[in-house]
Write a protein that binds this ligand. Structure first.
Ligand code: PEP
Ligand code: MG
Length: 886
């Protein structure tokens, strides 16, 4: 099989659709070559080779090296240079490229092919001695670090020492002679650290570099990134070996990265940054802060844009931007280098973007005729919709904070949202505090892949250095974390655990607020307001609504939540948990009275007090949901949850109730359950204490009658929880119907209502045909159904489920993503059985899975009619439901 693919001279053996084989980078380099764009010639070693390499115990498969050499000859021919040549040497870059982009995760080597002899040739052929030696010292540093495993800092120390000796402020102040000395010292360092000479044979260098790229597929950072982003282990990486072009040849050279549209806002504007006289890695590493690509992007007079500095190159880039967008029909993230005024394209890939940008770009591209509505919908990851719904800073509070001088710094707005938290300086501290439930902001000079776990744990990230494409910016955007980078006025002092801005000192543990949409950093906590939803978002949602067949309701127990859900497009309430209405300070005493009542009359009296309270609750919710169905579930939790727990509470409650403490304790003891999740819950309560359900049914139906009289359209659904048997259901349905008949008679109004059951006990799913005789609808309580099907406690499983996922025993946490094989099978079966008795029976999901895109896809497949998530997940569900249809 073919192991190496060539591209160059306007023709490539590969193409963009060969990502699995050539990796993203290799496939796109081939594609750009075929498009006639200026790409330096190169070869791609396939991902298959990487897999074979591991299968053979880290050995190159037979024949690979010959193919590499053959490819190298073609590159030499195209470039008119020879690898290892003393006069005019060809140099190459060696880079990894997996099928899925893994930014900053894998290692890159530039200037490969330099040695003590070729460096002289490079100096002569470019007529630039300083450049040649600078390239050589960079190569030794990169190769020494990535391939030979010498810590980066050791090289930096040598460089700093030299700078001190000759009084150079910056790297560029070092002369060719200085750099020669640095190279000498670097080589000594390599010898000291590894016990061997720095390899002088370019072919040996190349072999070692290829091996290093393959090895880096399994470095801990790469493994972690794959884990977080769910990238399969067995993809492997390709290796790209590309002729070097130089951005560091002097003032007419440079290197940059750009997005074909603004990755933060989605605006259709060219957006990027570049560094003059620099090599590729300088931009991404965030060591020097780059300059803007366009005039429009400038934020100060001191900046010089590429548009002004290199007008010809800019024009060519604009053309390429157009070609790429039309060709890929997608926003691209490109890397380019200018060598002595000539433009070279080094990479193109689908650009990462904020959720806001994703929505805007998708909608704009439909309007521009580039993609269809369906494609637009598929392009927005529903789980990132959260970002759009992120809080923003309250403008008044922002003004106030500014007036008070609390705006302490400004950086680049890398990822939106406004968050507050305690300052920490290391990733480990971020994790530690977050685990204790603290909100933290991770503050760093810059971040590196070693900081990923900390970024994950933090509310937001703030860095002193770097540009919009620095590691911190790219990773945070992907994670949906608020992030500011390149806040240059901040001096981070890790040793003293503080950062300083002017004379303001912020110590570890102090609270700051960062606004990732403006780049502003405030001292202290600022007020935030819920996110505003853009016109494009509404438009995309409208398209999603046109396509989806699965309805989306909302889980809401208060008028506020109901309103929020309705604003987000919910088509009804799928679950109103009435116990949440009881957990209110002023109601608890009455609820306790009801629970602890010794006689029927005592209990009735307490219930009479609760009735009007419940009725008011329901009226308020019905009014908000005017015209839409509201599914109310009768009381579910174990009774002892309402009882006092601490000594103090017992005493206070006893006093309130006029009972001796001892008696109260005795009653509580009686009600105590070892496993309340399987105890006197749900309808079992209705069977043993019918007066409670009677009161609730009355409150619901009276509220409905009152609303109807007031011209509100009410569609109440009354739902029985934890049903396991048809006789249990029959009994309770009769109870509700009797109350209804009575209420309608008393009120002189009739309201259509339905009685349904939750399916959340496995037995209910198995006998669903029988339940459907009485139940007018099914609502799957997938939380309990998962708990009981697995025999896994909802409250405790978190402690060990991670281990199961880690070991691959479970594909994911079954409380997040529905277990299709087991729990999902029960749902499928219950729907079939239900339909046999009651054709077209209404079925919904009211467990947490109703807001999970992966689960929604499954629910669509098995014919569920609606899902019902929490309010902020309603838009996610609408989009996911549309995607499930496409
Ligand atoms: C469920 O069990 O999935 C459900 C929705 O009910 P609760 O979470 O209140 O038990
Ligand atoms: Mg439940």
């Amino acid at each position: 099989k073919k192991m190496v693919y060539y591209f160059g001279g306007g023709k490539a053996e590969g193409s963009a659709d060969m990502k699995m084989l050539l990796g993203g980078k290799g496939a796109n380099l081939a594609e750009m070559t075929n498009l006639g764009l200026p790409v330096p010639p190169g070869i791609t070693i396939t991902t298959e080779v990487c897999k074979d390499y591991y299968k053979l115990g880290k050995q190159f498969p037979e024949g690979m090296w010959d193919e590499v050499l053959e490819g190298l000859r073609k590159i030499e021919k195209e470039m008119g240079k020879k690898f290892g040549d003393k006069e005019n040497p060809l140099l190459v870059s060696v880079r990894s490229g997996a099928p899925v982009s893994m930014p900053g995760m894998m290692d890159t080597i530039l200037n490969l092919g330099l040695n003590d002899e070729t460096v002289e040739g490079l100096a002569k052929s470019t007529n630039n001695e300083r450049f040649a030696w600078d390239s050589y010292r960079r190569f030794i540093q990169m190769f020494g670090n990535v391939v030979m495993g010498i810590p980066h800092e050791k090289f930096e120390e040598v460089l700093e020492e030299k700078k001190r000796e000759v009084g150079a402020k910056q790297d560029v102040d070092l002369s060719a002679e200085d750099l020669k000395d640095v190279v000498k010292r670097y080589k000594e360092l390599v010898k000291r650290e590894t016990g061997r000479e720095f390899p002088q044979d370019p072919y040996e260098q190349l072999k070692m570099a290829i091996k290093a790229v393959f090895d880096s597929w399994n470095n801990p950072r790469a493994i972690k990134y794959r884990e977080i982003n769910k990238i399969p282990e067995d993809y492997g990486t390709a290796v790209n070996i590309v002729a070097m072009v130089f951005g560091n040849m002097g003032e007419t050279s440079g290197t940059g990265v750009a997005f074909t549209r603004n990755p933060s806002t989605g605006e259709n504007e060219f957006y990027g940054e570049y560094l003059k006289n620099a090599q590729g890695e300088d931009v991404v590493a965030g060591i020097r802060t780059p300059q803007p690509l366009t005039k429009a992007q400038k934020t100060s007079q001191e900046q010089t844009s590429l548009e002004e500095e290199f007008p010809e190159v800019y024009k060519e880039l604009l053309k390429i931007r157009d070609i790429l967008e039309k060709h890929y029909r997608e926003m691209q993230d490109i890397e380019f280098t200018i060598e002595n005024g000539r433009l070279w394209m080094l990479q193109t890939r689908t650009g990462k973007r904020t959720a806001k940008a994703a929505v805007k770009i998708a909608v704009d591209m439909v309007k521009e005729g580039l993609i269809s509505k369906e494609e637009a919908i598929l392009r927005v990851d529903p789980s990132l919709i959260d970002q759009l719904l992120h809080p923003m800073l309250d403008e008044e509070d922002r003004k106030r904070a500014k007036a008070e001088g609390r705006l302490i710094a400004k950086g680049l707005p890398a990822a939106p949202g406004a968050v507050s938290g305690k300052v920490v300086f290391t990733a480990d501290e971020a994790v530690e505090l977050a685990e204790k439930g603290e909100k933290v902001i991770l503050v760093r000079h810059e971040t590196s892949p070693e900081d990923i776990h900390g970024m994950h744990a933090a509310e937001g990230i703030l860095t002193a250095r770097g540009g919009m494409t620095s590691h911190a910016a790219v990773v945070a955007r992907g994670m949906g974390k608020t992030c500011i980078v390149g806040a240059e006025s901040i001096h981070v002092d890790y040793d003293r655990e503080e950062f300083r801005v002017g004379d303001v000192v912020v110590k570890k543990g102090e609270v700051i607020t960062i606004d990732g949409s403006t780049g502003e950093v405030f001292h202290g906590e600022l007020k935030t307001i819920p996110a505003q939803i853009s016109g494009e978002f509404e438009e995309l949602m409208k398209w999603a609504d046109e396509i989806r067949t699965l309805q989306v309701r909302v889980n809401a127990d208060t008028p506020e939540d109901a309103e929020q859900g309705r604003k987000f497009g919910a088509e009804g309430i799928g679950l109103c948990r009435t116990e949440h209405m009881f957990f209110k300070e002023e109601r608890i005493p009455v609820v306790r009275e009801m629970i602890l009542a010794k006689t029927q009359e005592e209990r009735e009296r307490a219930l009479e007090k609760l009735l009007p309270m419940q009725r008011e609750d329901f009226i308020a919710i019905f009014e908000v949901m005017n015209g839409l169905p509201v599914n109310i579930r009768l009381l579910d939790p174990p009774l002892h949850e309402f009882l006092p727990r601490t000594e103090e509470e017992f005493e206070r409650t006893a006093k309130e109730m006029g009972l001796p403490v001892e008696e109260l304790k005795k009653r509580a003891e009686e009600l105590h359950e070892v496993n309340p999740m399987l105890g006197l819950r749900g309808s079992r309560l209705g069977i043993t204490h019918p007066e409670i359900y009677r009161m609730q049914a009355r409150a619901i139906l009276e509220a409905a009658c009152i609303c109807k009289r007031n011209g509100v359209e009410v569609l109440p659904e009354i739902m029985l929880p934890l049903i396991a048997d048809e006789k249990e259901l029959h009994e309770l349905k009769k109870l509700i119907d009797d109350v209804a008949a009575q209420v309608f008679l008393e009120m002189g109004v009739e309201v259509p209502y339905q009685v349904g059951t939750m399916v959340e006990v496995p037995r209910a799913a198995v006998i669903a045909d029988k339940l459907a005789r009485d139940a007018e609808y099914f609502s799957f309580g997938t939380n309990d159904l998962t708990q009981m099907t697995f025999g896994l406690s909802r409250d405790d499983a978190g402690k060990f489920i991670g281990k199961y996922v880690e070991l691959g025993i479970l594909k994911g946490d079954p409380f997040i993503h529905i277990d299709e094989e087991g729990v999902g099978r029960l749902i499928e079966m219950a729907i079939e059985l239900g339909n046999a008795t009651r054709p077209g029976i209404k079925t919904g999901i009211c467990g947490e899975h109703g807001g999970d895109p992966r689960s929604i896809n499954f629910f669509q497949k098995v014919g569920v009619k609606y899902v019902s998530p929490s309010p902020f997940r309603v838009p996610i569900a609408r989009l996911a439901a549309a995607q499930a249809r496409i």
